[in-house]
Design a protein around this ligand. Structure first.
Ligand code: SER
Length: 345
């Protein structure tokens, strides 16, 4: 079984072999963009290149980016802990083309990586394509669909609406139609009863999106209109923790080696076990998730405070502490005790 570290490395190696320059993650805290408080997608650090304000030093890049989805347009906070596949902080594996390759290569390489390199079963994969939007004057993405048809039977290619298949960074900024890859991780008996096709984009914990390929072509202006970008851009983002779940044969991100050491540490300090009690499990997942967010945001330059981005972090810290006090018998500060485990991992 591949470890999380091996999976991350394999992604970078694959895209390096396709001519990409590997860059480090940008900080999770954003100080110079009034439209965002935190990095919510791998493309944020490239926003000025995408908009044509800065030249691209490399036309193909790839990375693993620390992202936080706790405010603004992309906010998953209330799901976290209650389900097994959303996080406040997560790692997004991404590859970009700035005016270089476009849909064809993005789709072919995504398929090659998942099926030929990682050996995921293609029968469990589905692709969604943008169905078009008359009010935006956009038609169905037949081009993306035609590339998927090389690999997938037609019933594994699903039309999606603007909500799911037109990705936007925020209320303004780079955007475009997207094609998502979903994976069905259910056991065979369940797959025989209900087709995965009917569960894509229906909040099923084992039929989930793993990779989003965005075909950036527009800048959404403050008046809501779409302006074409100076060059076409590929922006992909894959949920690293979800990919680890799929490759490690698990049904929860928290059962992977990304989270298991932390859950064991939380169990040890609270004298319980993960997997024994539903409410305690939620509390442990909340803490295992939130400790990452709090620690990484502090190291990236955002302390908890009483205003703006700092208040977002304070609320996440409070949420973790509250779950620890209410469900895990904690009576004193305990979050700091978990840091050595986070650092080790
Ligand atoms: N920007 C897209 C996303 O966040 C793909 O990277 O899903």
């Amino acid at each position: 079984m591949l470890t999380a570290k091996e999976i991350r490395d394999s992604f970078k190696n694959f895209f390096e072999s396709k001519g990409h320059h590997i860059v480090p993650s940008a900080p999770m805290v954003i100080k110079d963009d009034p439209t965002l408080m935190f990095t919510n997608a791998g493309m944020n650090q490239f926003k000025d290149i995408i908009l044509g304000n800065h030249p691209a030093k490399y036309h193909r890049v790839a990375d693993s980016q620390k992202c936080l989805r706790v405010s603004g347009k992309h906010n998953d906070l209330e799901e976290v802990g209650h389900d097994t596949y959303h996080h406040t902080m997560f790692e997004m594996l991404g590859n970009w083309s700035f005016g270089d390759y476009f849909k064809k290569e993005a789709i072919n390489w995504a398929w090659e990586y998942l099926v030929e390199v990682l050996k995921l079963n293609p029968e469990h994969l589905y692709a969604t394509v943008f169905e078009g939007s008359p009010e935006e004057g956009l038609s169905r993405d037949n081009e993306a669909a035609s590339y998927w048809e090389q690999y997938l039977p037609k019933d594994h290619i699903i039309n999606g609406n603007k909500h799911d298949n037109f990705w936007e960074m925020g209320d303004t900024g780079p955007c475009g139609p997207c094609s998502e890859i979903h994976i069905d991780l259910r056991p065979a008996e369940e797959r025989a009863k209900i087709s995965g096709r009917d569960l894509v984009n229906h909040d099923h914990p084992q039929v989930i999106e793993i990779w989003n390929l965005v075909f950036m072509q527009y800048n959404r202006k403050a008046d809501g209109s779409l302006e074409p970008l100076p060059a076409k851009v590929i922006d992909t983002g894959m949920g690293f923790e979800r990919l680890c779940m799929a490759l490690q044969g698990k049904t929860s991100n928290y059962d992977t080696d990304v989270f298991q050491p932390m859950l064991k540490a939380i169990a040890a300090i609270s004298g319980t076990e993960y997997g024994k009690d539903k409410q305690q499990d939620i509390a442990m997942r909340v803490i295992a998730d939130h400790i990452r967010t709090i620690a990484f945001s502090i190291t990236d330059g955002q302390l908890p405070s009483n205003a703006k981005a700092g208040y977002v972090i304070r609320r996440i810290l409070r949420r973790a502490v509250r779950y620890g006090y209410t469900f895990l018998g904690q009576k004193q500060s305990f979050m700091y005790k978990l840091l050595p485990v986070l650092i080790d991992n």
